[in-house]
Every structure is written in C-alpha cells, then in structure tokens.
Design a binder for this molecule. Structure first.
Ligand code: FEO
Length: 405
C-alpha cells in the first residue's frame, strides 16, 4: 500500500478488506472492513495495533516501506482480539528489539493467543507514559470497550488518540481519512450497525470512555476499523452518536410485555393468546402483546426482547427440538444486560415436548430467569388447561414485579 502520512511522523499502515461480508461469525459487514495499524516514526519507533494474520505479508510490506523492522522499539496493543493481535507472533520474529506494551489482562490473553514465551511485555498502568523522543504516549485504561483488556493511547504532541475498536466502523473505501470518503450515509449505516453489534451491551462503559476522552485535547481519533476520524470530519458525529445511543435508561416498568411464538397448527398460538389475555387481566400496565416470529421483522423483535423487563417465548416441538425462528430470536439476547430477566417458556407438543426444556436450559445457561420448568400443553389447549395457564401467567408477573424493583 502507498505510504500515507496522517501527520508528520504518524503513518497509516493498515489493511483494507473491502469484500468481507461477515465479521467474527455474527456481524454482517455490508461495506467490508479495515484493520487499521499506525506507525509513529521518532527517535524510538512505535507500531500501534497489528493486523489480521491473513494479511501479514502486505502489512509488513507497508511497515517496511517506512522503517527498518530492527528499529521498532514498541508494539502498542490497545486490545488483543486477533483481528488486531493476529500478526503479533510473525511480527515479533522480525522486530527483535520490540517490547509489547499492553494492559495486564491483555498480557494474559496475548500469552494464550500467541503461545510465545519469548515476547517482551511492558505492562501499561493507567496514566503511564513512554517517551519516543519528540512525542510521548500516554495510556488510559478503558476496560470493557469492549474487552476487559482495552485501553486508549494518547499522543498529546500530535493531538491524537488511538482508540482501537472504540468509535470505529466496519467500513472500507479507498480513502483513509473521514473527510475523503464518498458515501457518508453508507458509512453512517455501517457505523451504527457496528455500535449495535459491539458496544451496545457496554453502554455504561461507553459513557465512561467518552468522559475519559472529553478530558483530552485531540483533533484526530485513530480507530482500528473504518476511516480515521478528524475534528473537521466525522469525529463529532461519532462521539455524539455513541453518547446518544448509550445514554439510555432501562425502563423500570414494562412498556410492552412481548409474547413471541411460532405455531405450526395454531395450538401454540392459542396458548400465547391465553397468556396475553391473562397477563393483561392481572394488570393492563403490562401492555402484553403477542408476536408471531415469522410474521414480524426480526430486528424489531430483537429490540423489543432486549428492551423488555421480561418476555415470554413459545415454541412447538418438531423433531425433538425447538423450531429455528425461535432459536434465531433467542440467539440475539443481550445476555450481558439481561441477567435474571424473567422469561416465560411455553409450547404445545405432540409426543414429548423437548422444545420447552431445551429453551429453559439455554436461558438458564446464559443467566436469565426462566419461569419454573416452562408450560407444556399436549396438542390443542382446552378449558382444562386454563388453570395452569393462569398460574403460569401469575408466576411470570410476580417474577417481573421483583425483577423491576
Ligand atoms: Fe476489532 Fe474487538 O476487535
């Protein structure tokens, strides 16, 4: 890649991957991504982040265009997920004088990622600085943005902060800096999806991170995915968006209590309808409403599920298992922020009804609170099932009452 100097002595040495469409198995990347890495050339030379291992050859070529690898003194790793640390093992073999600077948790993870006991580490504590000559680097611990290992690196002389994943975007154009990109709306779409996928479970930590950044004068944020952000470009948009998206308060009383279900022959739907009726009879404040999963937009259902104070989910049993749309919805639970959330589980079954215990076990394993062992009804619910439906609805609302306290 052609040498790109962002500021005197600060070079972009990242990798572009415009054709990537799935990142980390679960993220759609409609606009590709970049693995950004930066090189500060000074009396001592420092590389900040590395790149995905599969791009090592072109990555190292970019670095070598600027400095002799023997003269790299520091490799700064703000975060150790392998899209940033993946080239480390190959890199340290070629940079014999380099010390890896990272947080304590990062050093633990890196030892397990690289299995390389020859790597020299320097642990960064909050506020520590190292001098490169004309420039210095200060380390600001920023845990859970988005792993426990994360930190920001700040260079006051360059008015630049290196934030790794924070404020990034899975977005790739030829341009390296925000002011040069052509499709700003597409960037914003990618940026918001990235926040939702990566940072939305860590809102409290996002606000803490923004507060740490607000105390620093800087006009450039060197993120590790997507365009470099500048004060004359999209930096304010990115920071304001993170603030607005994270500064939300979870409702203490339910706005909607959703009942999600799938139903092959209408039997599970009948249970869902009976539960809705019963819960709204207990109190109209629950605003209980049912949603046939295959008839609704999945993103809307995910939002309802994660913003609810509790929800119910119903599945028939087909071939001894839960049906795929139910599994798909449950795979999007924000487990980090949903600990102990009450969830009712129900379904009609014909032979043995494995769907119900399967869902209950999954919810328990991710630390939510499935109500009892679920509600199973054989084939077509009848009047003789009313009492157990009523009792289950009552147990669910009792659990919501204590969860919302
Ligand atoms: Fe870009 Fe958390 O890795």
């Amino acid at each position: 890649m052609k040498k790109y100097e962002l500021k005197p002595g600060l070079f972009y040495v990242g990798i572009k991957n415009p054709t990537l469409r799935t990142f980390d198995i679960v993220m759609r990347t409609d606009y590709g991504t970049t693995y950004n890495s930066y090189l500060i050339k000074d009396e001592k030379n420092a590389l900040i982040e590395t790149a995905h291992h599969s791009f090592f050859d072109s990555y190292i070529e970019s670095v070598q265009e600027i400095v002799d690898l023997n003269t790299i003194d520091y490799i700064i790793l703000n975060h150790t997920e392998p899209d940033h640390s993946g080239s480390l093992n190959n890199l340290v073999k070629l940079c014999p004088h380099a010390t890896v600077v990272c947080t304590t948790p990062a050093s633990i993870y890196l030892k397990a990622i690289t299995n390389n006991s020859a790597i020299k580490f320097q642990i960064a504590k909050n506020g520590d600085t190292i001098s490169l000559g004309r420039n210095s680097l200060q380390f600001i611990l920023a845990p859970f943005l988005h792993w426990p290992d994360t930190m920001f690196t700040y260079c006051s002389e360059m008015s630049t902060v290196f934030t790794c994943d924070f404020l990034g975007a899975h977005y790739c154009e030829d341009a390296i800096v925000d002011s040069k990109i052509h499709y700003v709306n597409k960037y914003k779409h990618g940026f918001l999806n990235y926040y939702n996928d990566i940072f939305s479970p860590f809102k409290k930590h996002v606000l803490e991170g923004l507060k740490k950044l607000s105390g620093l004068p800087f006009d450039m944020a060197c993120v590790s995915h997507g365009p470099v952000l500048t004060s004359s470009g999209l930096l304010n948009y990115a920071m304001d968006s993170y603030y607005a998206l994270s500064n939300t308060v979870m409702p203490q009383t339910p706005k909607i209590t959703p009942v999600f279900y799938c139903s092959a022959y209408g039997f599970t739907r009948k249970i869902a309808d009976a539960i809705v009726k019963e819960i709204n009879k207990i109190s109209s404040d629950y605003n209980c409403q049912s949603y046939d999963i295959i008839e609704h937009d999945m993103n809307m259902l995910i939002k309802l599920m994660n913003e609810s104070v509790g929800f119910l989910i119903g599945s028939p049993t087909i071939n001894r298992d839960t049906v795929p749309p139910v599994l798909s919805l449950l795979s999007h639970i924000d487990a980090i922020n949903s600990a102990k959330k009450p969830v009712g589980v129900f379904g009609s079954y014909g032979w043995s009804g494995e769907a119900i215990p399967t869902i209950v076990a999954r919810l328990s394993s991710i630390k939510l609170n499935p109500i009892n062992s679920g509600l199973k009804i054989n084939f077509n619910p009848s009047i003789s099932d009313d009492d157990q439906i009523k009792a289950y609805a009552k147990d669910f609302t009792d659990a919501i009452a204590s969860y919302a306290k």
